[in-house]
Write a protein that binds this ligand. Structure first.
Ligand code: 5GP
Length: 194
């Protein structure tokens, strides 16, 4: 969506060869107006899919996922990353290799909040190699639920995640698709197209 691409162009900072920092509107400070547009865009795309639950991972997935769930009028559940004392007992867990932190993390969702009847929409802030989405798909299948789609705010098309998700035949909607970085600038996939 246009307003997202404009924000990325004006406020995004390219770090090294493959990281985009967008902490002024998505990853630290959050722009609620933009998040609401993002939620609307995902909800429009998946309005006919019979979604019963929106899943994401804390922390940065929560803002777009919540806005999407509000529009779809279903609950949002975020996977928790850290072990805590409230995290004992009945959880589905998956192992996720973190692209930005380069560490292996466990994510967990309580068995109370996802079940075999659920039709799940997975939302995340970024798609790089697809490990975060893969972890949520893993948990979805452990629960016997159906993964209906994946919605990504910003995908980096030059990394492996996009093709990984399509190879599983799951519909993927990315609201901004970065083709590559060039001299510290973002080049979108559709640039040069009509
Ligand atoms: P993946 O699991 O697809 O390899 O990486 C996606 C996850 O890593 C996202 O949940 C996001 O938190 C983080 N991530 C990946 N690439 C970027 C990036 O370029 N910028 C930021 N801010 N986060 C990223």
């Amino acid at each position: 969506i246009k307003i997202l691409e404009e924000k990325i162009k004006s406020e995004g900072v390219v770090l090294g060869s493959d990281i985009l920092k967008v902490d002024s509107f998505l990853n630290h400070q959050v722009d609620p107006f933009l998040m609401s547009q993002i939620g609307q865009a995902f909800a429009d795309k998946f309005s006919q899919a019979g979604i019963t639950k929106v899943l994401t991972i804390e922390a940065s997935g929560i803002a777009p996922a919540l806005m999407t769930s509000l529009q779809l009028q279903v609950p949002m559940v975020f996977a928790r990353k850290h072990k805590s004392r409230t995290l004992s007992g009945n959880f589905y867990t998956a192992s996720v290799y973190s692209f930005t932190k380069q560490t292996e993390n466990k994510i967990a969702i309580s068995k109370k909040f996802i079940n075999a009847d659920d039709r799940v929409l997975i939302i995340d802030d970024f798609l790089a190699n697809g490990q975060a989405v893969q972890g949520l798909l893993d948990i979805t299948s452990q629960a016997g639920a159906t993964a209906v789609g994946v919605g990504i705010v910003i995908e980096k098309r030059f990394q492996a995640g996009h093709d990984l998700i399509l190879s599983k035949n799951i519909p993927l909607v990315s609201l901004a698709s970065i083709d590559h970085f060039q001299d510290g600038q973002v080049v979108f996939n559709n640039e040069g197209a009509a």
